[in-house]
Write a protein that binds this ligand. Structure first.
Ligand SMILES: Cc1cc2nc3c(=O)[nH]c(=O)nc-3n(C[C@H](O)[C@H](O)[C@H](O)COP(=O)(O)O)c2cc1C
Length: 353
């Protein structure tokens, strides 16, 4: 089996990557009081050194009181945290890597909560003033990403967190201009965030948005039930300034709509004409939500993935747990050292290998 397709360079605007492999954003919650430590910088630098094409950071939060649920999730604002991130991007660049932060607000998804006293921000109940400040804070974090020298940024619009809570009719019951019966209407919050970020970072900086149909609250949820609805969702985001769509699935091989084997990233690329990233159980047999229930998983080969990549369904491939487990995963794939690939062990989530 050839994995050559994974090792072709990628170029978009002024972003140049040496291969097609992206480290998926993975929360590690080991940044002391929100400040990324040297251990965190070293952890990302090891992936840069070991040939990961593009690293997306763990979710890192904007300057809103309820934007995170655990103290040791990193902030993307404030002098100390930004100094920590400066060390991270310097270490990644020194090791030949490229990286962007994943900018996040957890909304009312705060299950394991270090901040019970801070009221949650819910899509349905935020005031217009809250919304305007949240948009401004997304833009401020984006501007900081550019100023620190990051190569791209990713907006976390997936998995049932704040932006996704606006997309989803179950969590967005607003009757003003940020709500509505259609997905297009409920996309207004995300669109305003993208526009504000684009205004803050300029035309050349690459903006990625991560989206998912599924929610951690409901794995079977589908925002867009047809390709037409997907077009109404994605095209306004593209027009607002999104460059790359990061299409989160738990298993990349699952078809998005009946009648075609295209997955979410496949449809997003077909509809928007923009580059897309696929993700979900690459190289592994079991999906990632099971990891939080303490389950590990064995390995699989990459033949179906590379076939789809060669076919042009998507441009980039994000890898989560395999890269959390083993910083050298990319090199082992490139060199065909499949006997050295590791199974994923849930205990690894507590360790910065
Ligand atoms: C420990 C862990 C933390 C994660 N944290 C985030 C996160 O902060 N933001 C995000 O968008 N996805 C997060 N995810 C989801 C991953 O980015 C990825 O989509 C998922 O693990 C599927 O990829 P995989 O099957 O290759 O692991 C996390 C996954 C794991 C295992």
């Amino acid at each position: 089996m050839s994995t050559d397709a994974l090792f072709k360079p990628f170029k978009y605007k002024n972003l140049e990557l040496k291969n097609r492999i992206v480290m998926a954003p993975m929360t590690r919650a080991q940044s002391d009081n929100g400040v990324p430590t040297k251990q965190i910088a070293d952890y990302y630098a090891r992936r840069a050194e070991a040939e990961v094409g593009l690293i997306i950071s763990e979710g890192t939060v904007i300057d809103r009181p309820a934007s995170k649920n655990m103290q040791n999730i990193p902030d993307f604002y404030g002098t100390e945290a930004l100094k920590g991130w400066q060390n991270v991007i310097n270490a990644v660049h020194d090791n030949g890597g490229k990286m962007g932060p994943q900018i996040w607000h957890v909304g009312d998804t705060r299950s394991s909560d270090d901040y019970p006293e801070v009221p949650m921000e819910k899509a349905s109940t935020m005031t217009l003033e809250d919304i305007q400040d949240t948009i401004a804070q997304f833009a401020a974090s984006a501007k900081s990403a550019k100023d620190l020298g990051f190569d791209v940024l990713e907006i976390h619009g997936a998995h049932g967190y704040l932006i996704d809570q606006f997309f989803w009719e179950v969590t967005n019951t607003r009757t003003d201009e940020y709500g509505g019966k259609t997905l297009k209407e409920r996309s207004r919050f995300a669109i305003d965030i993208v526009k504000a970020i684009r205004a803050a970072v300029g035309e050349d900086f690459t903006i990625i948005i991560r989206l998912s149909q599924w929610k951690q609250q409901d794995y079977s949820a589908k925002l867009a039930k047809t390709p037409e609805e997907m077009e109404e969702w994605l095209m306004p985001l593209k027009e607002a300034g999104v460059d790359i769509f990061h299409c989160s699935q738990r298993r990349f091989w699952e078809a998005e709509f009946e009648g075609s084997d295209l997955n979410f990233a496949g449809w997003a690329k077909k509809i928007t004409g923009q580059p897309t990233i696929t993700v979900g159980s690459v190289g592994l047999e079991g999906d990632f939500m099971a990891a939080f229930a303490g389950q590990g998983t064995g390995k699989t080969d990459l033949s179906e993935l590379t076939e789809r990549l060669e076919r042009g369904d998507f441009d980039l491939v994000a890898v989560g747990r395999a890269l959390l487990q083993d910083p050298h995963w990319v090199q082992k794939i490139k060199e065909g050292k499949t006997e050295e690939l590791q199974d994923f062990k849930p205990e690894s989530m507590a360790v910065l290998y």
